[in-house]
Design a protein around this ligand. Structure first.
Ligand SMILES: [Zn+2]
Length: 250
C-alpha cells in the first residue's frame, strides 16, 4: 500500500527520470484533461507532500495521488495497460501513471492549495514534531489508529504505519489518543520509521529486512506475535483493517 515513504521514493525516481528534460510526449487519459498537452515544456521540479505528488512543467503542475493501488512506472508498464492514466516521455525516458487515485492538472502558481489542509509532512522540509504532536492529541477521545491516519495532523502515515505504531507503543488501534503518555514520542517514531524506509522497496518496521519478517502486526492475522507468540488479531469491519496483539497491546 502506498504510504508517505512510497510517494517520497516515487518522487525521487521521477525526478531522476524527468527533471530538467523537455517533454516529447504528453498523453493524458482523463477526459477532463485529455486536451492538455505539455509537450515542448521542460519538467522543472518534482515534489512530494505527504502522499501527494507534483510534477511541475512550465505554468502547469501535474498533481497525482496514488491512493490504494496507484503507481508511477519508469519505462515499460508492467501489466494493466488499460489502467494507464498519463504517459510522459522525454526522449527515450518514459514515465506512466497507472491506476492513480487522483490525476489533475493545476496551475503551478496555486498547486500547493491542493495540500494546504495537510499537517506537517513527515518526510518534508516543513516537518515539525511539536506541531504534529499537538494536532494528534487535539481530540483526546479519538481512536489512536484513526488519529495517526489523519493527514491534517501529519502527512504521510498510511494504514501499515498506523497499525505498526500502535503495536510499538503497546496500544490497541481503538485505544483513545489520551492513552499515549507522550504524543511527541509517537510522532518522532513515525518520522523515524518513514525516514528509514524512504529509499527501500520493501518497508520494514521491525528493522529486519528479510522477507516475511519486516512487520510486527500488519497483514499477520492469526500468525504468532513476534514478541509473545499470541496469535495476531484483525478487524476488517471498519473502513480500515486493523491488526493487533491482544497480549502486547492495551
Ligand atoms: Zn504480543
Amino acid at each position: 500500500m502506498p504510504e508517505g515513504d512510497t510517494v517520497f521514493r516515487t518522487a525521487a525516481a521521477l525526478r531522476e527520470a524527468l527533471e530538467g528534460r523537455v517533454l516529447t510526449r504528453c498523453d493524458i487519459r482523463v477526459p477532463q484533461f485529455a486536451t492538455v498537452d505539455l509537450t515542448g515544456h521542460a519538467v522543472d521540479e518534482v515534489l512530494s507532500r505527504g502522499k501527494h505528488l507534483f510534477i511541475r512543467v512550465g505554468a502547469a503542475s501535474i498533481h497525482s495521488h496514488l491512493k490504494m493501488d496507484g503507481s508511477w512506472q519508469i519505462g515499460r508498464v508492467r501489466g494493466a495497460g488499460h489502467k494507464v492514466r498519463i504517459v510522459l516521455a522525454a526522449g527515450a525516458v518514459t514515465a506512466s501513471g497507472v491506476d492513480l487515485g487522483v490525476l489533475e492538472i493545476l496551475p503551478r502558481a496555486s498547486d500547493m492549495e491542493a495540500v494546504a489542509h495537510l499537517g506537517p509532512d513527515l518526510l518534508g522540509p516543513d516537518w515539525s514534531a511539536p506541531a504534529a504532536a499537538a494536532a494528534l492529541s487535539a481530540d483526546p477521545d479519538r481512536p489512536l489508529a484513526e488519529a495517526l491516519l489523519d493527514q491534517r495532523a501529519m502527512a504521510g502515515v498510511g494504514n501499515v504505519y498506523a497499525n505498526e505504531l500502535c503495536f510499538v507503543f503497546g496500544r490497541l488501534p481503538v485505544a483513545p489518543v489520551s492513552s499515549m503518555a507522550d504524543p511527541l514520542r509517537v510522532v518522532n517514531r513515525a518520522q523515524q520509521m518513514l525516514w528509514a524506509n524512504r529509499s527501500r522497496v520493501h518497508r520494514t518496521t521491525t528493522g529486519d529486512t528479510r522477507r516475511g519478517r519486516e512487520l510486527w502486526v500488519y497483514g499477520r492475522a492469526g500468525l504468532p506475535c513476534r514478541r509473545c507468540g499470541t496469535p495476531i488479531r484483525t478487524d476488517t469491519s471498519g473502513s480500515r483493517v486493523t491488526y493487533w496483539c491482544p497480549s502486547c497491546q492495551r
